[in-house]
Design a protein around this ligand. Structure first.
Ligand SMILES: NC(=O)c1ccc[n+]([C@@H]2O[C@H](COP(=O)([O-])OP(=O)(O)OC[C@H]3O[C@@H](n4cnc5c(N)ncnc54)[C@H](OP(=O)(O)O)[C@@H]3O)[C@@H](O)[C@H]2O)c1
Length: 342
């Protein structure tokens, strides 16, 4: 009989996450019944939303319950199947959870996506540039909500990260002037020199409000917001009339117990701006359209991206903290399987 290793939420973190908030559980896997598929987790996507799911604040999905395997988006390989649509060796993605083996039931509401094998792209791209919390979020947030065009000035926060780096490149391709915000000189250099943004503000070195006055005195037409807090306030203050604000994330508050701000919400009124929050799954029916655009860009190298891979399931909580410390360089992944062939 196979044994599964799982990280089960034991207590809700306040602030930073640690392995102490989880029970590391070994669980025997019973023989499969009809309709079940057993998947080996190859990689997990480490996402800021993992931290949201650990809390019990009101959110877009139910919080992970105490005693439940931690929710996580992953990419895996079918190793046993009693479902006619899945064969051993199939590559799949879905909410596999923080565990080495995921037992999926045909009756489950959790969708399981079969990955196409014929596309000539690295496997890990399906969690990053072509993945839910990478390219698809950037694509729908920027192209459907932000709608950048020539003459627009687009501001993207967390610009060196998974979503921000792609959102900014898409706005550049649409002919806009694109400014990023990131937390180090290295990241800003990457954003301008490799990703092709027009400018990048290093918020660790320079006051964002002052930098915006210097770099875009004409104001911001599209704000792609990933961070919140003071950066959001500085940007709201500098919106152009009829600006669009794409509310993708507010990472600066996910570790907070008490939420605050923005204090200048009134700027949306004064600038007659539109703000729209979104969750990438809202666009599920249009994923094929996005992939049809993104795959050739990834294949040709026109869309640049970095991946940062951490090893070992029990390092998942520490990996989540890396996102909040800005220690990730590009899409953060956790390799769960000891070795991955493809
Ligand atoms: N709406 C959706 O469907 C959806 C889907 C996926 C992601 N998101 C959101 O998109 C945002 C980016 O997610 P991602 O997965 O692409 O992560 P990421 O940008 O690859 O990593 C997070 C980055 O955020 C920055 N950061 C962390 N704490 C910060 C703070 N207090 N102030 C300023 N910057 C901070 C860090 O970059 P620096 O080193 O530059 O500080 C860090 O590297 C998050 O807000 C996430 O919740 C939304």
């Amino acid at each position: 009989m196979r044994t599964n290793l799982q990280l089960v939420l034991r207590v809700r973190p306040e602030g930073r996450v640690s392995l102490d908030h989880f029970e590391v559980r070994e669980q025997p896997i019973a023989p499969l019944s009809d309709g079940q598929v057993l998947i080996e987790t190859l990689y997990l996507s480490i996402d800021p939303t993992n931290r949201i799911w650990m809390s019990d604040r009101p959110q877009y999905m139910p919080p992970v319950a105490i005693g439940e395997v931690m929710r996580g988006l992953g990419l895996g390989q079918v190793i046993e199947s009693r479902h006619p649509d899945y064969q051993p060796g199939d590559l799949v993605s879905g909410l596999l959870g923080w565990q080495q083996l995921a037992l999926w039931e045909a009756s489950s509401l959790r969708p399981l996506q079969k990955l196409p094998r014929h596309l000539d792209v690295p496997l890990t791209a399906f969690l990053g540039t072509l993945g839910l919390t990478g390219g698809l979020t950037a694509y729908f947030g920027m192209m459907s909500i932000g709608q950048p065009k020539p003459g627009d000035t687009v501001l993207v926060s967390a610009a060196a990260g998974s979503v921000g780096s792609l959102a900014g490149q898409l706005a550049k391709r649409a002919g806009s002037r694109v400014i990023g915000i990131a937390g180090s000189a290295d990241k800003c250099q990457y954003v301008t020199e490799e990703l092709g943004f027009d400018a990048c503000i290093n918020y660790a070195q320079e006051n964002v409000a002052a930098a915006l006055d210097r770099i875009c005195p004409e104001g911001i037409s599209v704000l792609f917001e990933n961070v919140g807090g003071e950066q959001l306030e500085a940007a709201l203050h500098r919106l152009r009339i009829f600006a669009r604000v794409v509310l993708c994330g507010l990472i600066s508050s996910y570790n907070d117990v008490e939420l605050s701000g923005p204090r200048n919400f009134d700027m949306l009124l004064h600038r007659r701006a539109t703000l729209q929050g979104f969750i990438v799954s809202d666009f599920a029916s249009r994923f094929p359209e996005a992939l049809a655009e993104l795959v050739p860009l990834v294949r040709s190298g026109a869309l640049k991206y970095r991946q940062h891979i951490v090893q070992g399931l029990t390092h998942a909580p520490a990996a989540v903290n890396m996102l909040f410390d800005g220690k990730n360089h590009g899409k953060l992944l956790l390799q769960v399987a000891a070795s991955v062939e493809r």
